[in-house]
Design a protein around this ligand. Structure first.
Ligand code: ACM
Length: 395
């Protein structure tokens, strides 16, 4: 336990991100962003005069270890709040533990939606904040004949179901849907590459996660496919996965997210600079890291307001808070525990850097159950103005 000058006990935050296993790359960015936020809070005097102490474990990208370590954090270590999880399979492994202890999980990752727990705050994108804007962008610029390639677990199945609905709404079609093991190697992608070559879709929607992502993009590149005409589009290919592939394998491909490391706002530039000062010049900074950072800041304000880290008062305090995150002003929607976010689409250039391709400047209400799952009503803005951007306004 860290010593405090005033003798007050530190607040202890559970931190559960993998630094080994298939999703270590992106989860390490989330772990580091959590630590960066905690250090910033401590540098300004802590919360109500008490420093924050992270209690961190590496669950190795394995749902069983996530479950066991959540139990250890809440039972033996007696933390009240857990910041963690990337893959939906790991969130689903942690949630029953968090619910049994009436704790709170802060989950900073895009996911497939269709979930609510009073014990979870979701700070990554829901489908109306990334799948729908991505589909609109792809249908306008590339076409509606899609091919799905994904890792073999819950997020890809459910995310593909949503994308298939959107393709159907637009009069498009899904040519095939192929799943590969979580730790897929080159051979595992042979069938997908062969079928893409045979069917020549307009776009590939990839729900591959973690270190297999670079294997897939390299296999695609080596097959000679033209990303300018037939790109891979994804919600999970972030700066961390791109860092694992050669730039020529990344060029031309597309990702939708509320944050990219090239965002040009003062808050985003400062966040990326601080992150790289702390973790190294070449450190990848991802949307998952940005959410991991701002969710710690939001919780710090909530504890300040509630005067306690007990989950129920903290959750109640969150309802009234706004935070100027690197992506823009964010807040939690207390009706569903998800977050108002800023959808964006970016394309990778020849150097393997994202370039923002579409940024409407609309803060978007979360609709995790896709109550309104329509291509023409994705934005659900929380301020006066047109509810829908016409397709023609998408640059
Ligand atoms: C994910 O599994 N939510 C990326």
């Amino acid at each position: 336990m860290i010593a405090t000058k005033n003798g007050l006990e530190p607040w202890r935050f559970g931190v559960l991100f993998s630094r080994s296993g298939v999703t270590a790359g992106v989860e390490t960015t989330q772990h580091n962003a959590t630590i960066l936020a905690i250090e910033a809070i401590n540098a300004r005097g802590g919360i109500l005069g008490r420093p924050v102490e992270p209690v961190s474990y590496d669950p190795a990208s394995d749902p069983k270890q996530f479950h066991a370590l959540a139990e250890r954090l809440l039972g033996r270590d007696r933390v009240r709040l857990i910041f963690g999880c990337y893959m939906s399979s790991t969130r689903k492994a942690v949630l029953p533990v968090v619910e049994a202890y009436r704790s709170l999980l802060l989950y900073p990752t895009l996911y497939e939606g269709f979930e609510y727990s009073p014990n979870c705050i979701y700070t990554g994108s829901a489908p109306n904040q990334n799948s729908v804007p991505l589909a609109r962008y792809l249908f306008q610029h590339y076409g509606k004949r899609m091919f799905f390639v994904g890792s073999n677990y819950v997020y890809p199945y459910e995310s593909n179901r949503i994308m298939a609905d959107l393709a159907q709404q637009a009069g498009g079609e899904v040519l095939d849907e192929i799943y590969v093991p979580l730790d897929a190697g080159l051979q595992d992608f042979a069938k997908a590459v062969r079928e893409i070559g045979r069917t020549q879709p307009d776009v590939i929607f990839s729900t591959v996660v973690g270190r297999s992502t670079s294997v897939f993009y390299e296999a695609f590149y080596r097959a000679g496919f033209d990303a300018g005409r037939m790109p891979i589009a994804s919600l999970t290919t972030s700066e961390a996965e791109v860092a694992e592939m050669p730039p020529q394998a990344a060029a031309g491909h597309i990702t939708a997210a509320p944050f990219f490391d090239v965002l040009n706002t003062p808050a985003a530039v400062r966040f990326v600079a601080d992150f790289r000062v702390r973790f190294g010049d070449g450190a990848a900074v991802t949307a998952g890291a940005e959410a991991a950072y701002f969710q710690v800041m939001l919780i710090a304000s909530a504890i300040e307001q509630a005067g306690t880290d007990e989950p129920e008062p903290v959750r109640a305090a969150l309802a009234d808070l706004e935070y100027a995150a690197p992506q823009g002003q964010v807040r939690i929607d207390p009706s569903n525990n998800h977050t108002f976010l800023w959808p964006r689409v970016a394309k990778l250039d020849a150097q393997g850097r994202f370039r923002i391709a579409w940024d409407p400047g609309v803060r978007t209400r979360p609709d995790p159950y896709c109550v309104d799952q329509r291509l023409d009503s994705w934005s659900w803005p929380d301020r006066p103005g047109p509810a829908v951007l016409p397709l023609a306004s998408q640059g």
